[in-house]
Design a protein around this ligand. Structure first.
Ligand SMILES: NC(=O)c1ccc[n+]([C@@H]2O[C@H](COP(=O)([O-])OP(=O)(O)OC[C@H]3O[C@@H](n4cnc5c(N)ncnc54)[C@H](O)[C@@H]3O)[C@@H](O)[C@H]2O)c1
Length: 438
């Protein structure tokens, strides 16, 4: 049987049944995109509550509406299950499981390994597989291909098809989404690329083929390492400008008027999210095994992880201006999501800021319109309900995440003292005696 041709036909006429492994920030939007373009999609996730929510026609992800889910569930294009055996009947599977770090800072590949074990059980002729999880170059070949070829007796590129395609989505963004962000894809063989590219082209606006899974894996790491290093550089610039008594925000805005050769990055209280602080460390870890030290990554990581402490030092400076100590002072953290206008707390620098402030005896409260409570490594807090009064009551308001729903003019009027780590107050915070800026 010519599985290459058979699969291409099934993708072209949208009769292929697609599974998505992992229904998180990446997997669910991808499942929706495939389902909305006419495929039958089954999402698989071990978390029962996610599966039940989707099957009842509701979304649990900011970027996906309840209506999108209910329309797709009602039309039979989307369903979810915790039962992995459905993999034995699908034509294609995208893998969107987490790739976090261990406490030691090394990659935690357990989710990918577990998926590889599952696929080993359910692999069958005529299956196309795409790994989407961000990981080090070589993972698709070393961890997935090897296991799938062992014992199955199937040949890659003839009986089954394997590729890597990094997810580049930026949660919360409306101009560039899963559907219109160009999708890089690299196959283990030419046939693997042909089959998976045909599949993705049905649902995504632009697919960018590359020559191997390793090139596709490294492309994602280049993109996120580029961001991480530039943010590290601009964070250090903020520290240097502070020593020099120069306004870093004004410098950045002035530099950004250059129409070529400069890209604007902004300093802040530290890196957050599931990608930028983590992905480059997958690369440096892999390079260590090849006796190479990824120096730019290590340095940027050191500067970025120091930023929450730097933000705390700014809060100390602000209190100092009022002849107060951190110990016993009331501090309100405004915004705890890792970036503006989203509900994602993962790796947020706000968590470190809260921990350091508490360690120094501060009485900490927080507000975030998107995150009603925090339960993270010993921090158990609820977002304050009466924001207006809390702003007036505390010794210092620390703007950690500059959500656009806040009324910054009112905050400036009501607060006793403000630390602005994001330039949320703009020029109004400049030379204002009750504002300390990063
Ligand atoms: N969040 C982003 O903005 C983003 C952007 C680009 C790339 N990525 C990458 O995409 C991958 C997924 O990230 P995410 O943000 O969607 O993670 P997530 O934690 O939101 O979702 C992962 C999902 O996988 C499920 N899961 C865990 N083990 C599983 C298994 N064995 N089988 C099936 N499902 C399983 C989890 O229950 C969870 O629902 C990561 O590698 C990440 O680095 C994330």
């Amino acid at each position: 049987m010519d599985y290459t041709q058979k699969l291409i036909e099934k993708f072209n006429d949208r009769s292929a049944h697609i599974a998505i492994l992992g229904l998180g920030y990446v997997g669910l939007p991808l499942a929706v995109v495939f389902a909305e373009s006419g495929f039958k999609v089954t999402g698989i996730d071990p978390i029962t509550s996610k599966v039940d929510t989707l099957n009842s026609g509701e979304s649990y992800i900011f970027d996906i509406s309840n209506k999108q889910i209910s329309d797709l569930v009602n039309s039979g294009h989307l369903s979810a299950t915790t039962d992995f055996s459905v993999l034995s009947e699908v034509d294609a599977v995208s893998i969107c499981v987490p790739t976090p770090l261990r406490k030691t800072g090394d990659p935690d590949l357990s989710f990918i390994l577990s998926v590889a074990d599952t696929l080993q059980e359910y692999i069958h002729p005529g299956l196309a597989i795409v790994l989407e999880s961000t990981t080090y170059p070589g993972t698709t070949r070393e961890l997935i291909l090897q296991r799938l070829c062992e014992e199955s007796g199937l040949n890659v590129g003839e009986d089954f098809f394997l590729a890597f395609s990094p997810e580049r989505v930026d949660p919360g963004r409306e101009d560039w989404t899963t559907i219109n962000t160009p999708k890089v894809i690299g196959g283990i063989t030419e046939n693997c690329l042909l089959v998976t590219k045909t599949w993705y082209e049905q649902s995504l606006e632009q697919v960018v083929p590359v020559s191997s899974t390793e090139v596709a894996e490294m492309t994602k790491l280049l993109e996120n390492t580029f961001r991480m290093i530039n943010i590290g550089m601009v964070n250090e610039l903020a520290i240097m400008c502070d020593r020099l008594g120069v306004d870093v925000w004004e410098v950045i805005d002035a530099a950004a008027t250059k129409p070529f050769g400069f890209m604007k990055f902004q300093p802040g209280p530290g890196l957050g999210g599931h990608c930028i602080p983590i992905d480059p460390l997958y690369l440096s870890w892999k390079l260590k095994s090849l006796n190479y030290s990824a120096r730019f990554i290590e340095l940027a990581s050191e500067i970025n992880t120091g930023m929450p402490r730097y933000a705390v030092s700014k809060i100390q400076d602000a209190l100092n201006l009022q002849k107060k100590s951190l110990n016993g002072s009331k501090i309100l953290i405004l915004g705890v999501a890792y970036k503006l206008d989203i509900d994602d707390l993962r790796e947020s620098p706000a968590l470190d800021v809260i921990i350091y402030l508490k360690q120094k005896g501060a009485v900490v409260s927080y507000h975030d319109p998107y995150i009603p409570s925090i339960d993270h490594e010993g921090i158990r807090m609820k977002s304050v309900s009466d924001l207006e009064n809390e702003i007036k009551a505390v010794d210092c308001v620390a703007i950690i995440t500059n959500h656009s729903s806040y009324d910054y003019d009112q905050i400036l009027k009501d607060a006793n003292m403000i630390v602005d780590t994001r330039n949320a107050l703009g020029d109004k915070g400049k030379k204002n005696p009750k504002v300390v800026r990063l």
